[in-house]
Design a protein around this ligand. Structure first.
Ligand code: ZN
Length: 344
């Protein structure tokens, strides 16, 4: 059980929320609330929309403040509260919301915030820097895919697909730069010809990995309308507009091994392989190679579900020969045995 004070810190210290929004902060946190319910220790962000005058908005703000204080015992954070006009826009949870007139009529655009764009670019840049040229292409491409895809899916319903497309253009160029550093002396044209293909109508980077008789191929994930499963709501049907989150995804099937939404999730989770303390950076690739060698099956019982990679010599060795594929159940048994060996 967590103490009320600890919960208070965790909840109010949540990072990543942007400025320029109404923020409500809990009051009376800390040790004095020990024993009282900690449910009041929350920090929330709201957008309140009004079509009134500035004075009316100021009055609404005071009314909200009074309601929060007297009814909910919460405090409105003045420094985090912004009153703005929708034409000037505001940033909320990584989205920039602004009314514009790009083609003669007014539209409200929901776009990724500038800082969010910068942050994902910084991430892509660091993954494709000189320090990573030792890594194999398959592992690098799939981990780049997971970064771009995770980001793009968060912004799946933004107004302009081009906002997301600029990130994949950026990752295309960064990956090319990384290949040039990795394969010194080769030219961009050669690398593009050798390592890219047109898949589902778009030119993409392709990478392979081989272990024993098994080989896998990954291609660059792109935020096309199809891959993001975006729909356009131009015309209202008899049933009204389909709900973007509740309507059934209708991506067709294809012969493409990884389907139309990019790499199969199983493969892409496997290869991200973030190392734990004491593990080498290349652990993602090694664990994937162990699974490939073992045919994506538990070597003990043959199960293909919930696979994990076991260190047969503990963390003393991360060599491929000392890694084996086990299902979660068999892994728990093995780890238990290993624990007994080290204690006796
Ligand atoms: Zn098993």
């Amino acid at each position: 059980m967590s103490s009320p004070a600890a919960r208070c810190c965790r909840l109010t210290g949540e990072p990543g929320r942007s400025k320029g929004v109404r923020r409500v902060r809990a009051s009376g946190g800390g040790a004095s609330t020990a024993g009282k319910p900690a449910a009041s220790a929350v920090s929330d962000w709201y957008v309140v929309v009004s079509n009134g005058s500035r004075t009316e908005v100021e009055e609404t703000k005071q009314a909200i403040k009074r309601f929060l204080t007297t009814e909910l015992h919460l405090e409105l954070s003045e420094e985090k509260t912004l009153i703005t006009h929708v034409n000037d826009g505001f940033t909320f949870l990584g989205f920039h919301i602004q009314r514009r007139k790009p083609e003669g009529h007014w539209v409200v655009h929901l776009r990724p915030a500038a800082k969010a764009v910068e942050r994902v670019k910084r991430k892509i840049k660091s993954l494709t820097s000189r320090g990573w040229t030792w890594m194999d292409e398959y592992t690098r491409l799939t981990s780049l895919n997971s970064v771009v895809r995770g980001w793009a899916e968060y912004y799946r319903h933004t107004s302009l697909l081009s906002d997301i497309a600029q990130i994949t253009t950026y990752s295309w160029q960064r990956y090319l730069g990384w290949l040039l550093k990795k394969h010194k002396g080769s030219r961009p044209g050669q690398l593009t010809a050798a390592k890219s293909q047109t898949i589902l109508g778009r030119k993409r980077w392709v990478a392979h990995i081989r272990e024993g008789t098994t080989s896998l191929r990954a291609h660059q994930w792109l935020p096309t309308r199809m891959e993001l499963q975006r729909q356009r709501y131009l015309r209202k049907g008899k049933e009204g507009f389909p709900h973007p989150y509740l309507s059934q995804a209708s991506a067709g099937t294809s012969d493409e091994p990884f389907g139309e939404t990019g790499p199969d999730e199983r493969i892409y989770i496997v290869t991200v392989g973030v190392p734990r303390q004491g593990e080498p950076l290349s652990i993602g690739e090694r664990k994937l190679r162990a699974r490939m060698r073992d045919g994506f099956r538990c070597v003990q019982c043959g199960s293909t579900n919930d696979l994990q990679v076991h260190h047969t010599k503990g963390f003393k060795s991360h060599r491929l020969a000392d890694l084996k594929t086990l299902c979660r159940t068999c892994h728990n048994i093995e780890t238990h045995k290993q624990g007994q060996q080290t204690t006796t």
